[in-house]
Design a protein around this ligand. Structure first.
Ligand code: ADE
Length: 993
């Protein structure tokens, strides 16, 4: 049959279809639709495949290959591509577009016509020489390709084109290049296009870092870690990393860069700040407008310079406006009384834009005038006292003491602020001149001072009073100091009489004394200096020593008292503080405790939802991990919130730990982040060998991550499915025991899991089972098994106790029900509870009293324990600690595990006698449906020809007919149980078969 003509009429339809090209994560090695010249593909034999080249509207060739020798038997037609260079590819994909004729639509071809073709490949380091003979045996088969859609004669007539697209992975390709070969064994095919490509993660920008084109790892589950380079004008914070996945997708962005000073983020790059703006610190903040009285004239400003006349103090932040010195203080006034002179002023009208204003009071004494009539001014006496001080005043007044009378003092008050020191121009002062004649009296009124007597530590002095002082003397002030000390420090004492005993002196020491009088008008000048010496040391040391000791003791005693008082005060305060802290902590604990106490004496679970701010719960219960300590190796799954990866935690100074890392995808909302981290704040409260251990969280950088211990064997359900029949009953009981330990711990803490199922148990390399998946105990969004109930809750029906499904009564007793289901899952190596029954049927069956039968090979005792866990009345179910001690007894006495429930008939809660099976399915169909077709003949030979006949089969019967593999026995028996259950349910619902 000649086909060329028929195919040619279809080509115009193909033209439009062939226009699309590669996506950005594909690198195309060959695309026949893009080859403008000859393709030069070879056919063997030459009259097998036909090459047809048509031109499209733009005069570009469309290369098509077709073959249709459907009438002739034993076809073996090969089409071989040219040599395709591998380039950087590790895993190569071939996309074939083809049409395939439906054999039924071709008359007279039955027996010879096929509906598939085969794809082969051959790797070589170089193109084969042109003369090389084609040897099919050199080629490795990739796959047999069948059409999803074949087309019929009518389609041809209707010109409806059924174009198939099939993609196959070829390789691994390790040599420099390869050939593809298409084998036709008698089909009617038009190969319209062939595209050969490999995947790569395309170069990208993420978190201000650029990542190059990266070819994924040969092993599809491994990730390639790629370090990013910061974009121009950015600098690294945490090392930016991305992971390239097998499909050419970038995953798990870690670390980031930040824009340098003078630059801000703009569309993934760092752009310069515009004039008038600046950025003084690196970070992902925007450029700021220059503060008041400053400006920047260039691009990429890191600082704004102060305008003329304005300044920035050394400690001023760059974001602060520039400022200037204050104007002069205003309204300076003086006031004088007997002994003191007061100055008062008002703050300057212009504070210069700052708040750190202080004042200095400078003093000059201007006594009389020189010969030329000019006033003579000099610095004031050093002993003039300023209260509180002369310089750096923060208030607007000062008192001045000890001034001389009858003197002109000029006081200058200047205002200063933080930038005054930067300004060289004249200081702005306000002056006031005060004459003290009305305040003090002039000359010294004391003449000679006499020493009356002295001891080692005291000197008695006296002096004579002036006969007629200018004004009445109020008191005398005696000033003295050790001569050797040269007035470095002096003491003074006051007396109303003309004598004084100065005490507290050192023996054999010369002291300098001078005395001045205070009259109603103020102090007079001091007398001249007089020097007197104390007596030498007395030999009667004992007496003196005693006094000294007593004094020291009393002084010491006082100090001790002071220290003690202070100590008591401080510790008292401290205790108060500790108590106060304890009180608030206690209050919170008490609140939580009273809400959560399940059993006394055991740490209580704190629901993170009781925190006003859930991030506080994360801070309290989970350690923050430095992201650079986490090394991600591969993606092991996908959670509701983002990828789950494996890797290790490398904390300096500690051994590496294998970890699983749950990531929160970018672009999440606050609520997602809270829900995601909720799991960490729950897990972080647990510490038990059968509860998955939280290593910590990353919350301060993106992506947010939860890091937990790595469990080598993954989830228990899939683990058991892949190891069907490979464990002893004791090993399975060991797994159940571990889960019971974890659940006992959780129930003792008052935690209700709500989603206990084998899929939420993780298994480590030593078969230790640990309870996991805590985050969803409230919402169950993440569990694909969870279905909405009539009350709106989302519940994993098959695992959940009836009272929890019906009215949301979740408790440790409902967790026990789930535990019974987990027991069943474990003993049946991961079988689905209630098989393919619908959720609604499961609910109805349970309500009618039906319970799952014992899995094949399950010890009776264990099935009884399951049934105990599935008591309708929740208070009748065992507690976790009871389950645990029961399992312990079984392990100690393994003979109790020897009685197996092998006979499917023998389960204790079996419904009434079952009727015949419907005869509308054959044994063959049934075995096909459970992928056990290879036993069809065994069943027939054993006399089992109807479904009715298999319904009573026991495990022995199944072994007897020759099903030897334990996994196959299990699958068949489980299916028989499932059929029985479905039938039972059909019966209960009144359906007549
Ligand atoms: N999948 C989810 N969590 C896991 C873990 N901790 N270990 C291994 N696989 C996991």
């Amino acid at each position: 049959m000649s086909t060329a003509g028929k195919y040619c009429v279809l080509l115009f339809l193909l033209k439009s279809i062939l226009s699309d090209s590669a996506t950005s994560n594909q690198v195309v090695l060959l695309d026949t639709t893009a080859v403008l010249g000859e393709l030069d593909w070879k056919t063997y034999p030459v009259n097998g495949w036909d090459a047809i080249t048509e031109m499209d509207e733009q005069n570009r060739p469309i290369h098509t290959f077709q073959v249709c020798h459907v009438m002739e038997p034993n076809q073996n037609n090969w089409l071989r591509s040219g040599w395709i260079q591998r380039q950087a590819a590790q895993r190569v994909y071939v996309e074939m577009r083809f049409t395939l004729r439906d054999c039924n639509s071709i008359p007279w071809v039955s027996g010879t016509c096929k509906e598939t073709f085969n794809l082969f490949y051959l790797q070589t380091n170089e193109p084969l020489p042109a003369a090389t003979r084609f040897r099919p045996s050199d080629y490795s088969k990739v796959d047999t390709i069948a059409a999803d859609e074949s087309f019929t004669q009518t389609d041809l007539g209707d010109r409806v084109l059924r174009l198939n697209t099939e993609v196959r992975e070829v390789g691994p390709v390790t040599q420099n290049g390869f050939y593809l070969a298409f084998q036709d064994v008698g089909a009617c095919i038009a190969l319209v296009s062939v595209k050969v490509f490999y995947k790569r993660c395309p170069s990208t920008l993420r978190n201000l870092a650029s990542f190059p084109d990266t070819v994924p790892h040969m092993d599809s589950s491994s990730l390639v870690e790629v370090r990013g380079a910061c974009v121009e004008n950015a600098e690294e914070r945490d090392t930016p990393k991305l992971y390239c996945g097998a499909d050419g997708d970038w995953l798990v962005p870690l670390g980031h860069c930040i824009c340098s000073i003078g630059h801000e983020e703009m569309d993934g790059f760092c752009g310069a700040c515009n004039p008038g703006f600046f950025k003084a610190i690196a970070g992902n903040t925007k450029c700021s407008k220059c503060p008041l009285h400053s400006s920047s004239h260039d691009q990429a400003g890191t600082l704004c310079h102060c305008d003329k006349g304005f300044y920035r103090a050394l400690k001023d932040p760059t974001t602060m406006a520039c400022t200037r010195p204050p104007s002069a203080p205003r309204n300076l006034v003086s006031l004088i009384n007997d002994t003191a002179l007061f100055l008062r002023w008002m703050p300057p009208s212009d504070l210069g834009g700052r708040k750190d204003i202080t004042y200095n009071v400078l003093c000059q004494r201007c006594d009389g005038s020189d010969g030329d009539g000019m006033t003579q001014c000099e610095a004031c006496e050093p002993d003039l006292r300023f209260i509180p001080r002369a310089l750096g005043l923060t208030g607007t007044s000062v008192a001045i003491l000890d001034f001389a009378s009858h003197t002109n003092y000029t006081f200058h008050v200047e205002a200063m602020n933080g930038v005054s020191g930067l300004v060289l121009s004249a200081r702005l002062l306000t002056n006031v001149t005060v004459n003290t004649q009305q305040a003090g009296s002039g000359p010294a009124l004391v003449g000679i001072i006499n020493k009356d007597w002295s001891t080692q530590d005291s000197i008695a002095l006296s002096w004579s009073e002036m006969e007629q002082p200018p004004s009445e003397i109020v008191e005398y002030e005696v000033k003295y100091y050790e001569k050797e000390q040269e007035q470095l420090s002096y003491s003074s004492t006051r007396t109303k009489s003309t004598s004084v005993v100065v005490t507290g002196l050192r023996p054999s020491t010369v002291y300098v004394f001078h005395v001045r009088a205070r009259t109603a008008a103020g102090y007079t000048a001091y007398s001249s200096n007089f020097e007197f010496e104390t007596a030498a040391d007395d030999p009667d040391i004992a007496d003196q020593g005693q006094v000294l000791v007593m004094v020291t003791a009393s002084v010491g005693g006082f100090s001790l008292l002071v220290i003690l008082t202070l100590f008591l005060l401080i510790t008292g305060r401290c205790q108060g503080y500790i108590k106060a802290r304890m009180k608030s902590e206690e209050k919170r604990r008490t609140r939580l405790h009273s809400e959560h106490v399940p059993f006394s004496g055991i740490k209580t679970y704190v629901d993170p939802d009781t925190y006003e701010d859930p991030t506080q719960a994360v801070e309290e219960f989970a350690k923050e991990i430095v992201p650079s300590y986490i090394c991600i190796e591969r993606v092991i799954g996908a959670g509701e919130f983002g990828e789950v990866c494996s890797g290790y935690l490398r904390i300096p100074g500690r051994m590496d730990i294998s970890v699983a890392i749950k990531t929160l995808k970018g672009g999440y909302m606050d609520q997602h982040r809270r829900d995601f981290l909720r799991e960490a704040s729950i897990m972080g409260q647990f510490n038990n060998p059968n509860i998955i251990r939280l290593e910590g969280v990353v919350t301060n950088s993106r992506p947010v991550m939860i890091v937990v211990e790595y469990m080598e064997n993954g989830a228990l359900d899939s683990f058991l499915r892949t190891r069907d029949g490979q464990f002893t009953v004791l090993q399975l009981v060991g797994m159940l025991r571990g889960i019971a330990v974890g659940m006992t711990y959780l129930s003792d803490m008052g935690y209700v899991h709500r989603d206990l199922a084998a899929r939420n148990i993780l298994v480590d390399e030593n078969l230790v089972c640990k309870v996991s998946d805590f985050g969803m105990s409230r919402v169950l969004e993440d569990d694909s098994e969870a279905a909405y109930t009539t009350t709106g809750g989302k519940i994993p029906i098959r695992w959940t106790a009836p009272e929890a499904i019906a009215y949301g009564k979740f408790s440790s007793a409902s967790d026990i029900w789930s535990y019974g289901i987990v027991m069943w899952e474990v003993m049946s190596y991961g079988e689905r509870p209630y098989w393919e029954m619908s959720n609604q049927d499961v609910i109805l069956s349970i309500d009618e009293g039906y319970r799952l039968p014992a899995p094949m090979g399950c010890p009776v005792t264990l099935h009884q324990l399951m049934l105990h866990c599935w008591q309708k009345e929740w208070s009748q179910r065992p507690r976790f600690n009871e389950v645990l001690s029961f399992l312990d007894k079984l392990t100690i006495n393994p003979s109790s595990l020897l009685t197996l429930v092998n006979d499917v008939q023998s389960y204790s809660h079996s419904p009434e006698e079952l009727p015949d099976y419907p005869l509308f399915i054959s044994i063959g169909d049934w075995l096909d449906s459970i992928k056990m077709s290879q036993y069809k003949n065994n069943f027939l030979a054993g006399g089992y020809t109807t479904l009715d006949s298999i319904s009573t089969m026991s495990i022995e019967d199944i072994r007897r007919i020759g099903v030897c593999l334990i996994g196959h026995q299990r699958r068949i028996i489980s299916s028989i149980q499932s059929l029985r259950l479905q039938l039972h349910h059909i019966q209960q619902s009144g359906f007549q078969v």
